[in-house]
Design a protein around this ligand. Structure first.
Ligand code: UD1
Ligand code: CA
Length: 459
């Protein structure tokens, strides 16, 4: 079976009240339309076909720029004259024996399994419609059936009789039909209806008039086929999607403290017995090893975290690789290029950037470590700063194994500290410090004997 999805995405989306085209509004960090494209593309992996068409119009170039995928065909619908007219813009791309799947670009939660069922539902009939049942069907096209339950037509809300408006089985907009049939039906559509549009849904009546039968696939979860027309719906779909992602993680062996307070905007791979506390945001590609604990209010993007590492609360991690048994935070900020070896410890109010920190090394309090290479079992005292920037260029700090840096030290890069060296607290180190020695750079302490504090003069 050659499946050819046509995704309708030309509508304006006025109710978003946004300069961003509706289909580019994100769900889980990705444009809604991208979710639909991905669901369609996933479908193709199971079939021979390899093309998706997107009918676009509103926000034209911006939409094209932000959507990616293999074998995407773009069809411009410059004036929006209805769903039938929209499909007509792409129908020339379709072969007669292709199974066309019409999908909507603003229905982001659609799953490829459902699309597959819809395509399969086309066997032995002329058309297959994905329907759902709604407690309040207002605004949707209703499925009109005869006494035997055979589908006769879809009637739009604005064209429906009072009796038809009571029908709760509605058209989701997703349909499957053969290319040859659609081509014939689309030519027969007319805009003689309440909205003056070319309705794709009129193809149902045409199929029935030709003596064909129309099948339906019922989607049990209305949220999966819900469109986002405004930001209230967008937020609802976001939560539903996040619940889906959280459930997937939980079934893979992750304890999620509260699935309603976890946000995933990308791909998360996890080992067993990971624990994720509340208000955590994971984005990009995140890999969490076995037994990793992420405490409350952490934001983690594009990071790999090794087995049994604990990320304590309020830590922000971006583009970092952290080995096993590390201890991070609370209130740590690991910026891009941070690499931590096993058992490293980064404490509160510590910022790292392009820093490689060796096994068992500790930066426990109030430090900035940038453009640095730190060996194993190093101790960096509280308040130590690598002065990596001279106002024009960045320079590197190299610290050997087993170095002890006293508190409040400034390491003015480029500089290197030899293995086993000790740096006295409060030093400003501007030259390389030799291995195994104590180096300090600070004014000698003195005491002025008999010195008296000033006293307030009389007015
Ligand atoms: C449509 C269906 C209705 C169904 C409902 C489900 C028709 C005539 N009606 O109604 O039966 O219950 O969807 O949500 O098909 N679009 C274009 N170009 C156009 C018109 C629409 O690309 O000229 C796109 C929109 O961007 C949107 C989708 O098609 O993604 C549906 O359009 P919309 O105007 O929302 O259709 P409804 O009137 O809600
Ligand atoms: Ca709609």
């Amino acid at each position: 079976m050659n499946i050819f999805p046509i995704i309708l995405a030309a509508g304006q989306g006025t109710r978003m009240r946004s300069s961003l085209p509706k289909v580019l509004h994100p769900i889980a960090g990705l444009p809604m339309l991208q979710h639909v494209v991905d669901a369609c593309s996933a479908l193709q992996n199971r079939n021979v076909a390899c093309h998706v068409a997107i009918v676009y119009g509103h926000g034209g170039e911006l939409v094209r720029e932000h959507i990616s995928g293999e074998n995407l065909n773009w069809a411009l619908q410059s004036v929006q004259k209805g769903t039938g007219h929209a499909v007509s813009q792409a129908i020339h791309l379709v072969d007669a024996d292709d199974v066309v799947l019409v999908a909507y670009g603003d229905v982001p939660l659609i799953r490829s399994e459902t699309l597959q069922q819809l395509a399969q539902g086309l066997q032995d009939c002329s058309m297959c419609i994905l329907t759902t049942e709604l407690a309040n069907p207002t605004g949707y096209g209703r499925l009109v059936r005869d006494a035997d339950g055979a589908v006769q037509a879809i009637v739009e809300e604005k064209d429906a009789t009072d009796g038809q408006r009571l029908i709760r089985e509605v058209n989701t907009g997703f349909i499957a039909a053969r290319g040859s049939d659609l081509k014939r039906w689309l030519k027969q559509l007319t805009p003689q209806n309440a909205q003056g549009e070319y309705y794709l849904t009129d193809c149902v009546g045409l199929a029935v008039a030709e003596g064909g039968s129309v099948n339906t696939v019922l989607c049990p979860d209305p949220v999966e086929v819900e469109g986002a027309n405004n930001r209230v719906q967008l937020a609802r779909l976001e939560r539903a999607y996040q619940q889906r992602l959280a459930e997937r993680l939980m079934l893979e062996g992750v304890t999620v403290a509260d699935p309603a307070r976890l946000d995933i905007r990308g791909k998360v791979e996890t080992g067993q017995d990971v624990f994720i506390d509340v208000n955590v945001v994971l984005s990009g590609n995140v890999k969490l090893g076995k037994g990793v604990v992420i405490e409350a209010n952490c934001v983690i993007q594009d990071a790999e975290i090794g087995d049994n590492t604990r990320i304590k609360s309020h830590s922000v991690i971006e583009d970092a690789v952290i080995a096993e048994n590390c201890d991070i935070g609370p209130f740590a900020r690991l910026r891009p290029g941070t690499v931590l070896e096993a058992r490293a410890k980064i404490g509160n109010f510590v910022e790292t950037k392009k820093a490689h920190i060796g096994r068992g090394s500790k930066v426990n309090h109030l430090s900035y470590i940038g453009d640095s290479e730190i060996g194993v079992d190093v101790n960096i005292g509280a308040g130590t700063i690598t002065c990596n920037y001279d106002g024009a260029n960045k320079h590197k700090t190299v610290i050997g194994d087993k170095v002890f840096v006293g508190s409040c030290t400034q390491l003015v890069a480029p500089v290197s500290i030899g293995e086993g060296a000790t740096i006295g607290a409060g030093s400003t180190i501007t030259k390389d410090a030799p291995a195994g020695e104590l180096t300090l750079a600070r004014a000698k302490q003195m005491t002025l004997k008999g010195w008296q504090r000033p006293v307030k003069g009389k007015k």
